[in-house]
Every structure is written in C-alpha cells, then in structure tokens.
Design a protein around this ligand. Structure first.
Ligand code: SF4
Ligand code: FES
Length: 252
C-alpha cells in the first residue's frame, strides 16, 4: 500500500516537541481482500502522547477507514488491547516515547481470535468463557435486610482479581489459547477466582467443577505470558495456581 503522510501544522522548528513516527499497522478488510497486509503511516506526534493518540490522528486526518476499538481512553474499559511492537498492551496506556519510536511501531490485532476488520477481533468466544464461570455473587436463602459483612482479611483474598477490566490481553497472549480456542483462558479463570474466594459467595464448588473440565484450568502450562501481559498488574498465573490448588484440596 502507499505511505500516506500527515503534514505537521502549527508549531515550528526548534521548540516543537513533535517527531516523525511510522505506524506500521496490520490492515484487514474482508470486503476488499482475504489477506491482511501491513500499511505504513507517517505522522508527526509528541512522543509523550500515546499510541491511541497516534491511531486517532491517522483515523481522523489520514484514513478514516482505519478500524479499532476504544472507549474510555484512560485504561478502564479494556476495549483497546492490541499487539504493539509484538506485545499485548492497551493503546491508551502506551506512551510513544516508551516503545522506541525511532523504529516503525507495529500495531496488530490481539492473537487467537478471529479478526473482523483491521484491529477489531471477535470477542464473543472470550465473553462466552467469562459468562460460563458465572461472574456474579451467588447466594441462597432470603435476601438480607442489610449488607453482607466481610472481614478485611477475607476481602483481601480476592482483591487482586477484582481489578480485571476484561481487556483479553492475558487470554490472547496464552499459547494454549492460540493452539486451541476451546480453553477457558486466563481471564475467565481470574473472574472465577474473584468469586470462588469471596467468603460471601456460595457457588465456589460449581465454579470449580466448571473449571475442572478438559478445557479448564488444567490446560494452563504456567508460561506466565498472561501475568506479563496484564495492564492492571494482576498476578494472573498466581490466581490460576490458587484455583488449581482449590480444586485439589477443596479448600478455598
Ligand atoms: S486479567 Fe488483566 S489482562 Fe486479563 S482480561 Fe483482566 S485486566 Fe485484561
Ligand atoms: S480505551 Fe478504555 S482501556 Fe483503553
């Protein structure tokens, strides 16, 4: 493809914080071709801006057909996970200056999921696995008339896994998931962990049995890709290990 260039406007010469950066983006449009291909875009950008800002500049000023997901732009909604320079990251939390902008910055869709267009993948299998582990509080008996109490120590047991924003960076960095999309994947296990270890919940056994499946927690090979990929700093592999241990001991 040709190399469109966005001309710098406004700020001049020495004082300008802007540098020229090449975004090398994996493009795919099933209405045009069955094959994905790389396309280079050169833009002028302040290196303190984020990869998401660069994608916006390209979409708004150079090529409106560029397709990607984003919503909050502040690391909360989890919708803009993508492979940037070969690593899963949130585009809205990745500063240009931190990823060697002297070289082309590669941007690809996350792996292991069907690409619908450009950087947009089909997230439905990912969310189906999430729904399968019943990610909500399950209790029996009558509704209480006041809040369900919990000690600080009990709350601490699942604090880490409450931070998940369902971005899929972990699941789509997992080689087991790449090879076999049937695996529940780290994110579903993280969200099962969040309720299994909640002292107020009463469906831990059910969730453990769901993850005792051939496509469940035992497929994990402890490669730590998921922990490395998580933009929220969740110890994903540790959470998976705790679920495995709970399955063996039936204590949680
Ligand atoms: S565990 Fe981390 S990487 Fe995985 S979906 Fe949740 S926030 Fe994203
Ligand atoms: S756009 Fe919401 S997390 Fe990046």
């Amino acid at each position: 493809m040709a190399t469109p260039t966005l001309e710098k406007t406004g700020a001049t010469s020495d004082a300008s914080p802007y540098i020229t950066v090449t975004f090398r983006i994996r493009r795919f449009n099933p209405e045009i071709s069955d094959e994905a291909q790389w396309q280079d875009f050169q833009i002028e950008i302040d290196p303190k801006e984020r990869v998401l800002d660069g994608l916006h500049k390209i979409k708004w000023d150079v090529d409106g057909s560029l397709t990607f997901r984003r919503s909050c732009a502040h690391g909360i909604c989890g919708s803009d996970a993508m492979r940037i320079n070969g690593k899963n990251r949130l585009a809205c939390k990745t500063l240009i200056k931190d990823i060697n902008p002297e070289k082309p910055i590669t941007v690809e869709p996350i792996k292991g999921m069907t690409v619908l267009k450009d950087l947009v993948v089909d997230m439905e299998p990912f969310f189906q696995a999430y729904r399968d582990v019943m990610p909500f509080l399950i209790t029996s008996g009558n509704e209480p008339t006041r809040e369900r109490l919990q000690s600080a120590e009990d709350r601490e047991r699942f604090d880490d896994t409450t931070k998940c924003i369902l971005c899929a960076a972990c699941t789509s960095s997992c080689p087991v998931f790449w090879n076999d999309g049937q695996y529940f994947g780290p994110a579903a296990i993280v969200n099962a962990h969040r309720f299994i270890f909640d002292s107020r919940d009463e469906a831990g056994e059910q969730r453990l049995e769901i993850l005792n499946d051939k496509d469940g927690v035992w497929r994990c090979r402890t490669t730590f890709n998921c922990t490395d990929a998580c933009p929220r700093g969740i110890e994903v592999t540790k959470a998976i290990a705790e679920v495995k241990r709970a399955l063996i001991t039936r204590r949680y």
